[in-house]
Design a protein around this ligand. Structure first.
Ligand code: GDP
Ligand code: MG
Length: 464
């Protein structure tokens, strides 16, 4: 059970920033007023002398010994202090770099508790950083995405966001809208004077411009989600054409069961791969055919479902058999531009070209038994996603929460615009405008509910 986070807490905390287990080095972070003073009893100079707080200059790495409560040496460490507000959390901070021995680290943490420094909860350092204005909430969430990024591309986009790419755009939108609201409110104060119609039009233009820029962010969100979670690539085809063999070849290991019996795969099996920097979730499916028995039929139903949600489809065809009606039927379930054809079993084609196919999809030839042609298959798959992924201008890796808040803001602005166009009273427009500003404030974390904050930060690692 997680105890509720006290979001206003400023008491001294400590947490291990490095992963659990033995390691060459472990980093213990401390934050809060007076943490340096509290740590002093555990420190000795390498020559045995006592350490004084005023001897520890901020941002200077110092060699120290860690000692236990009897003053016995425990470990050799490096230590660096940060003076507020120039630290990650904005509070007084220390980082202790000791050896990554779970025994030593455990002892240090336990002793710190007795010295009045409690164990930090997940995300508590970052939460303090947000509270002290070091990061806004979008930057904190981007940081979590950076730490958990599965590909370099996702890491890069997360970093951009952490550096404020999203925060700055939200802030700019808030500033423009606040100005419009000020105009509106001035109009309200002198409500017996007519608000000039031109100013109403100008306001509508401002709002339209902000809506356009927020809309652009929202349009980039699906790509952001793909870069974080992966593009879904479904391998489809009739039974026995070699779907599971291709799945295994692409993953470079034996994951799915391959047999000469049609209908072997009855479930959807997933695997992850990174293809030219793009994260791909590969899905092996049950082959689609008519007249399958119950379990297989359920697998086929799942296949159709997966096809509907896919970002790309590899239609595997048997080069030895050519195209049959069922193949084309499957192809019809795939949206334009999302499919490629892989002619498998080229070895059964006795060196000739694959049979003619009435489809304009990119095609690749393969022999799964030898792996010959796999490069071509990879190129064809990358061709499905690269153009999308490289249109990176608008890629924003957004949490669902961020998307929801942004959508709410855009809706409120659309209402605002409509009200202005219909020359509705200023109070009514101002109300809609305030709710747009609230949604943006929530996005940045200025007015976000505690329960939401708690959920966000509890997903972080302990020492972050
Ligand atoms: N000759 C030949 N046989 C293959 C090739 N690829 C797969 N097979 C065989 O075709 C059968 C069905 O393969 P599998 O991957 O289970 O097909 P799935 O039902 O589409 O998943 C197995 O016996 C495989 O060894 C290939 O390129 N050439
Ligand atoms: Mg199979």
């Amino acid at each position: 059970m997680l105890t509720p986070i006290d979001l206003d807490a400023t008491d001294p905390i400590a947490g291990v920033a490095t992963p659990p287990g033995s390691s060459a080095v472990a980093v213990i972070r401390l934050s809060g007023a007076g943490v340096v003073e509290r740590l002093l009893p555990m420190l000795r100079l390498p020559d045995g002398g006592a350490v004084h707080a005023d001897g520890l200059l901020p941002r200077q790495l110092r060699r120290m010994d860690l000692v236990d409560d009897q003053g016995q040496p425990l470990d050799q460490a490096m230590l660096v202090c940060f003076a507020p507000p120039r630290s990650y959390t904005g509070e007084e901070m220390v980082e202790v770099h000791c050896h990554g021995s779970p025994v030593v680290v455990g002892h240090v943490l336990e002793r710190l508790t007795r010295l009045g420094v409690r164990a930090a909860r997940p995300g508590e350092f970052t939460q303090r950083a947000v509270r002290n204005g070091k990061l806004d909430l979008t930057q904190a969430e981007a940081l979590a995405n950076l730490i958990n990024a599965a590909t370099l591309r996702a890491a890069r986009e997360s970093l951009r966001q952490m550096e404020g790419s999203l925060a700055r755009r939200i802030e700019a939108a808030r500033e423009r809208l606040t100005e419009v609201l000020a105009h509106l409110e001035t109009g309200l104060d002198f409500s017996d004077e007519e608000v000039e119609p031109l100013s109403g039009e100008r306001m509508a233009n401002e709002i339209a411009a902000v809506m356009e820029s927020l809309g652009k962010l929202l349009r980039g969100a699906p790509l952001g989600a793909h870069l974080r979670d992966g593009f879904q690539l479904v391998i489809a085809g009739r039974p026995n054409v070699g779907k599971s063999s291709l799945f295994n070849q692409l993953l470079g290991r034996q994951r799915a069961i391959v047999t000469p019996l049609p209908g072997t795969t009855r479930d959807c099996i997933e695997g992850r791969l990174e293809l030219r920097g793009i994260p791909v979730i590969l899905i092996d499916t049950a082959g689609v055919r008519d007249g399958a028995e119950e379990v297989e039929a359920e697998g086929i139903r799942l296949t159709r479902e997966r096809l509907a949600g896919a970002d790309g489809v590899v239609l595997v065809l048997d080069a030895g058999q050519g195209v049959v009606a069922e193949d084309l039927e499957l192809a019809r379930l795939v949206p334009a531009g999302q499919g490629i054809v892989v002619w498998n079993k080229m070895d059964l084609c006795s060196g000739g070209p694959p049979p003619a196919l009435d489809l304009t999809w990119p095609q690749a030839r393969l022999c799964c038994l030898t792996g010959e042609g796999l490069e071509g298959v990879l190129t064809a798959i990358a061709g499905l996603f690269l153009p999308v992924a490289e249109d990176g201008e608008g890629a924003v890796i957004m949490a669902v929460r961020q998307r929801e808040a942004l959508t709410a803001a855009v809706h409120a602005l659309a209402e605002c615009e409509a009200l202005l166009i219909h020359a509705r009273p200023g109070e009514v427009v101002a109300m809609a405008l305030r709710s747009a500003l609230d949604a943006l404030g929530e996005l940045a974390g200025h007015i976000t509910q505690d329960i939401v904050l708690e959920r966000i930060f509890s997903n972080f690692c302990i020492g972050k």
